[in-house]
Design a protein around this ligand. Structure first.
Ligand code: GLN
Length: 428
């Protein structure tokens, strides 16, 4: 056993919980590597809050599968990182534990919802981190903080022990300073887990080889549409141009389903959230509710008091969309649109190897800038398609606009992680 003493100063509020002296196995591929874990991933014996007051003080009795794998690989898990409450957000401002700031510019958000993980890496506090991505929560903070983040193929990493937000969309993924780090961390966490019924038997064992020669890279016009900052678009176009210089072929294409992707995402994720979050009743986890009353009053008051505004909004939206008589109008339509997104990707990947575009339409927002929820939701337009289709996507830094990082997003077909990782490595 080795011991890592973690005494870094967290100036960005990247952590909800810090583990000061961490025992780790001294052999294994990640022996002694300082790794931060997003606070919606269960860690036995260490508080896991999901960024919510409703789980304050909740200490899971078991490790998530990915955490077990990290421990077996020798990693030193030095703490749990801040996040938008239950993963609902794009800024890490909806955390009950205060916002995280962006180490690149402290007047800006780090992105979200895995903003604490990205800030911990960008601020040099840890070597690598785990995030989760339901609609962009790994890729957005990676882009805003100038690091690398991979959202794996749905099912390639186990969700056992991940506290669910929208389980048909989400997964755990690696974040790091370089593509090589991300690849190394991904090797440790990918693979089958019988305790997650959607887990797939596709381990990852790959060394990134910077190679794009002969690749066909599709660039959908919709990724450069309305709302994308022209300076960000220009930076990403220039990055894609570099691929051409390295021997790849760039193909202009279209993805008409993008028109409905954001709406389909927000209906799906709120419906799933309203159902998943019903379990937080004040009886089983976190601060106890006053239950010497009717169960209905106790349940309602507890949730009103301990859930933040964004979480309450999404539970209500989801419950409404699922209510009798509205199913066909909202949930049914969202699933039809989701199918279109999947089909669009299938059509594109019959012709190209990788789809490329910006990760986010803009650089990092100022703290407090996205006070209107709708304008925040709109910022997810370029990341949600990969979640709706379950395909892998990576964000890799590709320069700056006004000294703020810009992320290039590379999307692959199902199980195309090796391919997008190689392409990202060629870019570094
Ligand atoms: N910003 C998106 C949302 O609020 C994505 C969040 C995520 O991936 N967890 O739902």
């Amino acid at each position: 056993m080795g011991i890592v003493t973690f005494d870094a100063e967290d100036r960005w509020n990247a952590f909800v919980t810090v583990c000061r002296n961490v025992e780790h196995q001294d052999d294994g591929p990640l022996a002694g590597v300082r790794i931060a874990v997003k606070d919606n991933i269960s860690t036995a014996g260490t508080q896991t809050t999901c960024g919510s007051a409703i789980l304050k003080g909740y200490v899971p009795p078991y490790d998530a599968h990915v955490v077990t794998l990290l421990r077996e690989a020798g990693a030193a898990i030095v703490g749990k990182t801040n996040m938008d409450e239950f993963g609902m957000g794009t800024t890490t401002e909806s955390s009950a534990y205060g916002p995280t700031t962006n180490p690149v510019d402290m007047s800006r958000v780090p992105g979200g919802s895995s903003g604490g993980s990205a800030a911990a890496i960008a601020g040099g506090l840890v070597d690598m981190a785990l995030g989760t991505d339901t609609g962009g929560s790994i890729r957005c903070p990676a882009a805003f903080c100038g690091i690398v983040g991979l959202k794996p193929t749905y099912g390639r990493t186990s969700r056992y022990g991940l506290i669910a937000y929208a389980n048909s969309l989400e997964g755990v993924g690696p974040m790091g300073r370089t593509v090589r780090d991300v690849s190394r961390l991904f090797s440790a966490i990918a693979g089958h887990d019988p305790r997650d019924a959607t887990s797939l038997d596709r381990p990852y064992d790959h060394t990134p080889t910077p190679e794009v020669k002969g690749l066909r890279i599709g660039v959908p016009a919709e990724f450069f549409g309305k709302g994308v900052d022209p300076a960000v678009a220009a930076q990403v176009r220039a990055a894609i141009e570099r691929f051409t210089e390295l021997g790849a072929e760039v193909v202009e294409c279209t993805m008409p389903s993008m028109q409905y992707a954001l709406a389909a995402y927000y209906v799906t994720c709120t419906c799933e959230a309203s159902s998943n979050l019903a379990r937080f009743d004040g009886v089983r986890y976190g601060p106890g509710a006053d239950t010497i009353r009717s169960w209905h009053d106790a349940y309602q008051d507890h949730r009103k008091e301990h859930f933040g505004a964004e979480v309450r909004r999404r539970i209500m939206l989801g419950a409404f969309a699922l209510s009798a008589g509205y199913y066909g109008k909202y949930y049914g339509k969202a699933q039809a649109a989701r199918k279109n997104v999947r089909e669009d990707f299938a059509r594109l990947f019959a012709d190209v190897d990788i789809v490329a575009g910006p990760t986010m339409p803009t650089t990092a927002f100022r703290l407090g800038e996205k006070s209107d929820p709708l304008s925040m939701y709109l910022a997810d337009i370029l990341t949600v398609p990969a979640n709706l289709a379950g395909v892998p996507a990576i964000s890799v830094p590709c320069g700056t606009v006004d000294n703020l990082p810009v992320g290039l997003q590379l999307i692959g077909p199902h199980f195309g992680e090796e391919r997008i990782i190689d392409a990202a490595a060629a870019f570094e």
